[in-house]
Design a binder for this molecule. Structure first.
Ligand SMILES: O=C(O)CCC(=O)C(=O)O
Ligand SMILES: [Fe+2]
Length: 310
């Protein structure tokens, strides 16, 4: 697949929409795999999930309702479609273009799925994934300057025509805030741990909508927003609106250990096991080795990027 990627737009705005990041021949397998892991998560047989009531890692078991499935490539889920897509030409091409690196420099990171909670609407506060809300403007500027060695994505999976009307409109972000500390009004609305009543009250905020698009009489599968996850963003989850959105990230090794806390806080010990490595293709194995090297290069427990509301 050759999608023209407007890197200049991404660098300036901090996000970019890509219409078709899932190759049509792999779509069905990916969609079916999503349905199965969602069912396991909802029934309680898959314990690694994002719990309603917890905005950030560590997630716990305090609520039976979920807004995400963690660790899609975990061997215990036994769904090879996820690793196949994670290492697909489509995704790798986008990552190497936006990171301006070689394929050999890519680092495997997170592979999760965002789903709608069933019982309650839920929301995340305005945040940057790896900069705390009480950071000073100087601390923000320093953290943002380092944050150029990774891409994060939300890729909408639902394809069935009956779901064609269901958009994913959960993500809000403020373009360009991956480059600048917050303005005073933005700071005032993001210093709190509480989610906003209306995300669009935030100065400069836009709502991102991922749809199933029909162009030239063909459905474009996997509409995606790629974003710098230190852009100021939030999420609002409607329990009535079906969501199945691949949510993951990838880094490049030139970032050294800058991404370690953000990534390792999700609990990635299982990725160091041979039984995971053995299931990957050669490209996947190389990317995994980069993650393991990063993990081995950091001392002790790095803790968590953000604090949950108590
Ligand atoms: O739900 C989303 O689209 C965003 C999730 C998010 O911001 C996060 O997990 O930190
Ligand atoms: Fe986030």
């Amino acid at each position: 697949m050759t999608t023209a990627i407007d890197k200049a737009f991404y660098d300036e705005q901090g996000y970019i929409i890509i219409p078709n990041l899932i190759p049509p021949e792999t779509f069905e397998a990916l969609e079916e795999a999503c349905e199965r892991v969602i069912a396991k998560t909802r029934s309680g047989s898959w314990p690694h999930r994002r719990t309603v009531g917890r905005q950030f890692p560590p997630f716990d078991d305090s609520n039976p309702d979920s807004w995400g499935v963690q660790h899609l490539m975990h061997p215990d889920l036994d769904e090879p479609a996820f690793a196949e897509w994670y290492t697909s030409d489509a995704l790798i091409n986008v990552a190497t273009n936006l990171l301006q690196c070689n394929e050999d420099e890519l680092q495997m990171e997170l592979s999760n799925l965002l789903i709608n909670p069933l019982e309650h609407d839920f929301a995340l506060r305005w945040h940057r994934d790896d900069v705390r809300e009480n950071a000073t403007a100087e601390e923000e500027a320093a953290a943002l300057a380092l944050w150029t060695h990774g891409v994060q994505w939300n890729t909408r999976v639902l394809y069935n025509v009956e779901f064609a009307l269901y958009e994913d409109s959960c993500l809000y972000l403020i373009p360009k805030t991956h480059r600048f500390p917050r303005t005073e009004p933005q700071r005032a609305q993001s210093i709190t741990q509480a989610p906003p009543a209306n995300p669009l009250d935030m100065p400069g905020a836009i709502q991102v909508t991922l749809q199933l698009r029909l162009t030239e009489l063909k459905y474009q599968a996997g509409e995606t927003v790629i974003y710098n996850n230190n852009i100021l963003h939030c999420g609002a989850y409607n329990s009535k609106q079906r969501r199945a959105t691949l949510h993951g990230c990838m880094g490049d090794i030139r970032g050294g250990s800058t991404r370690a806390k953000n990534v390792l806080q999700h609990g990635l010990l299982w990725m160091t096991e041979d039984r995971f490595r053995d299931r990957l293709n050669e490209r996947g194995k190389r990317m995994l080795q980069a993650l393991i090297d990063m993990k081995n290069g950091v001392q002790g427990d790095l803790g968590y990027s953000l604090v949950n509301q108590t």
